[in-house]
Every structure is written in structure tokens, then in C-alpha cells.
Design a protein around this ligand. Structure first.
Ligand code: GRF
Length: 222
């Protein structure tokens, strides 16, 4: 099977020039993962800069957190559907990101499924974080699903985005124990602590070109 180097030569890596990779971040919520990514970029541990933050939710915390860091942030209306972007809206998201020179896109709590128009504009370069050990508990409130199912271990997954719901190739995972006393809130809080470490580290690996994809497997380049 041919190994495809993620971040192949059509993408710039840090050793190819001093210009930083421009990252776009999409989110619908409070933006704690965005903050972790932006802070890791600013600290130099992710070789990128956040060029633009987009949200489908007016006044979302992620927009405020971006503006507080001096990062351009906008709400773009999603259109008439609840779980995806309308075709024209998806094009508007792509155009805004391309106009900002974005090469990689990180989804950070973006509550809509992206389709062809978006994924073909950033092939193999859209990344998501999910609050469970996929393929267990895809979809909404995965920490609550895990608690209700009764698993003893759940966790965090960073994956590349394909056209399915939480189905793309897995980049990184880390386990989180479920304690007897856990509520959905306490479990989600511990999962988020892991997210804030795992997501920047996985983005650094991807953007630096340290990983390649073999079929569904994302592995370190030999
Ligand atoms: C995170 O738990 C993430 O895994 C999920 O949505 C949540 C976003 O949280 N996809 P935040 O907005 O980054 O705080």
C-alpha cells in the first residue's frame, strides 16, 4: 500500500521557509480547545499561527477568546439546516479561509458536519477532536454516552475529517478513566484537560510532516 506523507510537498513545512503555516479554527462553543491551540502556536510548540477563527454561532465564546488574542474572528451564518452548512454557506467558509491564506483547518467544537465543497478545498488537512475513544461513542455529548453506557475507560481522539461523522483516520488517542463518582460534568472536565494537551501535540505532528497515512492508519514517518 502506498504511504502518503501527510503535509506532502504542496504544503510548506517549517524547514522550507520562515513563513509559518496558517491555521484556520472553526468552533461553535466556548473555545477552550481553540485557546489551547492558539497558546501553543504563540509559544512555538505548534509551528503555525492561527490566521482566522470562524463560528456559526453569533457571540460564541470562541470568537471572544480569539479577539482577546488579537486573532481575526467572524461569525458566518450557517444557513437553514441544523446539522450542516448550507451549500452557499460552506462556500463562504472556504472563501474566507482561503482569503486568509489558511492551509490547515482545526475543528474545535464545530457542531456541523462538513461536506465535499469544504473537504475538497483542504484535502487531508481538516482535523477534529472528539471527546471519546473512537469508534466508540461518535456524535453528540460523547462523555455522557460513555457514562450512560457504563464503560470504565473513555478518552480523547484527534482524527482527520472525512465525509462521515467522526469516522476519519485516527491521528492520536489518549484514555481517561471513568470514576464511580463521575457526573457528565466532572468526566467532561477531565476529558477536556487531556484535549488541551493532545490536540496541539497532534497538530504539531501533522503540520510538521512527521506523520504519513497508510490506508486508515496514521503513523510516524520512518
Ligand atoms: C470538546 O469537548 C470537543 O472534543 C468537542 O466539542 C468540545 C468543544 O469544547 N468536539 P471547546 O469549545 O473547545 O471548549
Amino acid at each position: 500500500m502506498r504511504a502518503v506523507r501527510l503535509s506532502e510537498n504542496r504544503f510548506k513545512t517549517m524547514d522550507e521557509g520562515s513563513k509559518k503555516i496558517r491555521l484556520g479554527v472553526l468552533g461553535s462553543g466556548k473555545g477552550s480547545n481553540f485557546a489551547a491551540i492558539a497558546d501553543a502556536c504563540a509559544a512555538g510548540s505548534v509551528p503555525a499561527e492561527v490566521a482566522l477563527v470562524l463560528s456559526d454561532v453569533e457571540g460564541a465564546g470562541i470568537l471572544e477568546k480569539a479577539k482577546a488574542r488579537g486573532i481575526e474572528a467572524r461569525c458566518l451564518p450557517p444557513g437553514r439546516y441544523r446539522t450542516r452548512l448550507e451549500e452557499a454557506a460552506e462556500r463562504a467558509y472556504v472563501e474566507a479561509l482561503q482569503a486568509a491564506g489558511v492551509e490547515w483547518v482545526a475543528l474545535a467544537g464545530f457542531m456541523r458536519i462538513l461536506h465535499r465543497t469544504f473537504l475538497e478545498a483542504f484535502p487531508g488537512r481538516v482535523v477534529n477532536i472528539h471527546p471519546s475513544l473512537l469508534p466508540a461513542f461518535p456524535g453528540l455529548e460523547a462523555w455522557r454516552q460513555a457514562l450512560e453506557y457504563g464503560v470504565k475507560v473513555t478518552g480523547v481522539t484527534v482524527h482527520l475529517v472525512d465525509q462521515g461523522v467522526d469516522t476519519g483516520p485516527i491521528v492520536a488517542q489518549e484514555a481517561v478513566r471513568v470514576e464511580d463518582e463521575d457526573t457528565p460534568e466532572t468526566l467532561h472536565a477531565r476529558i477536556q484537560e487531556v484535549e488541551h494537551r493532545l490536540y496541539p501535540a497532534a497538530l504539531a505532528d501533522l503540520i510538521s510532516g512527521r506523520l504519513e497515512i497508510r490506508g486508515r492508519r496514521v503513523v510516524r514517518r520512518g
